[in-house]
Design a protein around this ligand. Structure first.
Ligand code: 5RP
Length: 240
């Protein structure tokens, strides 16, 4: 049976990843996302590389880098290439304007740097990620470990004047310890339920000292491939 988190979701991720392969051309410089959907893409990409497709790829996390290496995908760093043709990555939420919440896997900072240094970013996602309004998924905010509790208190103050429906904040944990990103930072997840004005919220959060960045990816994605267990059901494209 198809379920949001089970076999059906795995098939959907694979369908979206397969479709994304159609956008990959020989000799491209590619950004590789993080998460289970991005992993499905890296898997398929590895098979193409082993068959002789020439690519240069930049991973967005240690985990993706290890997977890509094992799969035979040639890797480099963003600084070595400077700019990328295309980044393919998953998302936690995709709204009708192609605005995103990302960072469920904790790689939001590098994902945003890599996607922003790409001519195009294509999101691959199963249908459960498609939302009318962002905010049901807790918004990850990456913060410095230094004085993270003070930063959290300031974030809570900032949220008082934001158009959101929930204001609970939670430090992300991994095995009862603070979760640390690849850069050694912490993540505070904001349980906002509904984000009325993503641009205003993003601006307000990024103005807090101690906040490195949030998982709001605004005006970054150019397209989104949405699939369910039967196949690709929608390819969303940014206008203009
Ligand atoms: C990692 C991310 C992921 O792309 C996002 O969490 C979606 O993951 P998945 O494809 O496993 O649902 O932003 O930081």
């Amino acid at each position: 049976m198809a379920t949001e988190h089970g076999v059906g979701a795995d098939a959907a991720k694979r369908f979206a990843a397969e479709k994304a392969l159609e956008f990959v051309e020989p000799n491209m410089k590619l950004g590789l996302g993080t998460g289970s959907t991005a992993a499905a893409f890296v898997d398929l990409l590895g098979a193409r590389c082993r068959d002789g497709l020439n690519l240069t790829c930049v991973p967005t996390s240690v985990v993706t880098g290890r997977q890509a290496e094992r799969a035979g995908v040639p890797l480099t760093t963003l600084d070595a290439v400077g700019w990328l043709d295309l980044t393919i990555d998953g998302a936690d939420e995709v709204d009708p304007n192609l605005e995103l919440i990302k960072g469920g896997g904790g790689a939001l900072l590098i994902e945003k740097i890599v996607a922003s240094a790409s001519d195009r970013m294509i999101v691959i996602a199963d249908a459960s990620k498609r939302v009318d309004t962002l905010g049901a998924f807790p918004l990850p905010v990456e913060v410095t470990p230094f004085a993270w509790e003070t930063t959290r208190a300031v974030i809570e103050q900032v949220l008082e004047s934001c158009d959101v429906d929930g204001r609970e904040t939670k430090l992300r944990l991994a095995r009862d310890e603070p979760f640390l990103t690849d850069e050694g930072n912490m993540i505070i997840d904001l349980h906002l339920k509904r984000i009325g004005d993503p641009n205003a919220l993003s601006y307000a959060l990024n103005a807090v000292p101690g906040v490195i960045d949030s998982g709001l990816f605004l005006s970054i994605a150019d397209a989104a491939i949405i699939a369910d267990e039967s196949g690709v059901i929608e390819v969303m494209m940014r206008e203009g």
